[in-house]
Write a protein of this length. Sequence first.
Length: 402
Amino acid sequence: MTTPMKTDPTAGTPDVTELVARAERLQPLLRKNSAQGEQDRRVVEESIQALKQAGLFRILQPKRYGGFETSMRALVDVSAAVGEADGGTAWVVSLLNSGAWLAGCFSAQAQDDVWGSNPGALVSGVFSPRVESRKVAGGHEVTGKWFYNSGSWHADWAVLSMPVTDDDGEVVDMAMALLPRSDLELEDTWFVAGMRASGSNCLVAKDVFVPEHRIMSVGPAIEGDFPTEFTDELLYQSPLGPFFAVGMVGPQLGLGRAALEIVKAKAATKGIANTIYARQADSVAFQIQLAQATMLLDTAHFHAHRVTDDLDRAAARGEKLTFLDRARIRADIAWAIENVVKATDILLYAHGSGAFAEANPLQRIWRDSEVAARHAGILPMVCYEIYGKALVGSDERITPMI
């Protein structure tokens, strides 16, 4: 294995405060490019390069390759700060950092494949395959499609789920595989109502060889047992199920904060049609709506930060979370996102129909939040059922991702 050098100018270990400050300094640029990113259905390259220069794709990358190897709290708070400027960009930041974390859980040889010659390589991920695999000498050949690959235009590698078959072609396991993007085709399929800039397109493989060292079994990963030989790197010990959900909450927090600030700022000069109020800020009804939305957003932050703090503390102590804890984390994330969606809805009612003008960023915030909230990994009723079954001691698992 080669010894990677830290060549990135941002190398070091900035704390969460510094990383959030870097994201906040980029907000004017990201906000400027947000409409273009939505039109292009991908994050504007100027924004991607600025994020790279700030080191904001290195939050969960191992230090051995120039990453910061920080924390789940950093992932959430940085992507939230980016989300205040643009939801689609925040989604890409969060999901590509999540891909780096996943790659950091693979074997040393696999990690060196990704970052050994390119420490700045970005990694995306998809867990919903339509894939067939065939066992061959030294690994597997995979053919199929993966929807929806967020950040697909910008990633150099992808972590993709796949069935593992034996010599007779029978499926014996489910796994994640690391594949270079150069081995994959991209189908431009991301035509959606919101989160357009996330570029969540389809990746396609045709008889692509995956060596054994770049295949990781899902079963042990769900329990937090990974192939990485670097067991002292405690960040890469978190169970897969909770991590699967936590990357989706930061962008939502940022979107909610952005909506709140826009509505508050306009309240001093915007009236309420067909009423006595020349200023929304003077209306008791508006004041109540603003208070309700703010409390919902506070609740979302409390639950999201409980999740990150639980994950980070358990990792720092080298402890495994209980099944009940993991189930609760799924519910925490769903609850946080559901509260952001409710708060945003209230804020758009309070602001009025002008929120839906194309020139008003509120309509894009609303669409981004609504679309992102429908991700299969964070559907509220599914997550609450997972937690409810755990609370009553049921052995039934409706998903392995807990």
